[in-house]
Design a protein around this ligand. Structure first.
Ligand code: ADP
Ligand code: MG
Length: 251
């Protein structure tokens, strides 16, 4: 899965998501300090950093779960900082939680339940759900309850579900954690396919090795701030990132 094999079609000029100097504290304790980040259409961006460094909190501020203390968030150049979750979702933000948050109904119903909320026409709804069942290799599991799925199958279902709203940007929170190595590769390939529709993707992990093969750019978060960002080779060479996060990570 070398990057050189990938066809990258995204345009560099207009970000689908822009985070400008966002700060967030909980009960007076700073978690995010002046975070800046940009995601362009069709780009896969890695957000890596130790456990507790604020990755999920940053997602919470992007989707509208948390109100920021200061700073702004833009989706397709429109300011959304004050908008509620459902409005941001309608504008193209989709989110996959780091927790196994599928409903204990069938695989089919997990997808159809969301489709019914956002697609009016029955035929279009059915077509999309069938297409996703096929594309994410879930068709043979369609009648099974989501609680009996393996880790990899659950991730496939979760990723398929994020696509129902036809998002412009997808936030994946540790989608590769706690999976067997071969399943990590399988899910990495599904994530690469998200690029094809010029969707922007952010993927987090506390283990940089999981995301490295699939990202175009990287942001490293530690001590409440972005301590390094840019092309992955440059980030891997960053002394600050080595000191605060990678340790003696050997590329
Ligand atoms: P990560 O996803 O990088 O592991 P989190 O964003 O979950 O980190 O957490 C960052 C810090 O913010 C942690 O110290 C965590 O305890 C704290 N935190 C996260 N959510 C809340 C919350 N709702 N209330 C108070 N503190 C929180
Ligand atoms: Mg987290």
């Amino acid at each position: 899965m070398k990057k050189s094999f990938r066809i990258i079609k995204f345009k560099k000029n207009k970000p689908v998501l822009q985070i400008k100097s966002v700060s967030k504290s909980f009960d007076g304790r700073p978690v995010l300090k002046k975070i800046d980040m940009e995601v362009y259409p069709g780009e896969i961006v890695g957000l890596v950093g130790p456990n507790g460094s604020g990755k999920s909190t940053l997602y919470g501020t992007i989707i509208g779960q948390y109100k920021v203390d200061s700073g702004d968030i833009f989706i397709n150049q429109k300011k959304v900082t004050e908008l509620p979750i459902h409005k941001r979702a309608n504008m193209g933000i989709s989110y996959l939680s780091q927790y196994r948050n599928v409903f204990d109904i069938s695989v089919f119903e997990n997808l159809m339940g969301v489709a019914e909320l956002c697609i009016d026409q029955k035929q279009k709804r059915n077509e999309l759900v069938e297409k996703l069942l096929f594309e994410f290799n879930l068709n043979h599991l369609r009648t099974l309850k989501a609680s009996v799925l393996s880790g990899g199958e659950t991730r496939r279902l979760q990723i398929a579900r994020t696509l129902i709203t036809k998002p412009k940007v997808i936030l994946l929170d540790e989608p590769l954690a706690a999976l067997d190595p071969i399943i990590v590769q399988e899910i990495q390939n599904y994530i690469l396919k998200l690029q094809a529709q010029s969707t922007g993707v952010i993927i987090t992990d506390h283990n940089i090795n999981s995301v490295l093969p699939i990202v175009d750019r990287l942001y490293v978060i530690a001590s409440n701030s972005i301590i390094a960002s840019g092309k992955k080779d440059d980030v891997l060479r960053s002394d600050k990132a080595k000191k605060l996060y990678f340790g003696s990570f050997d590329n």
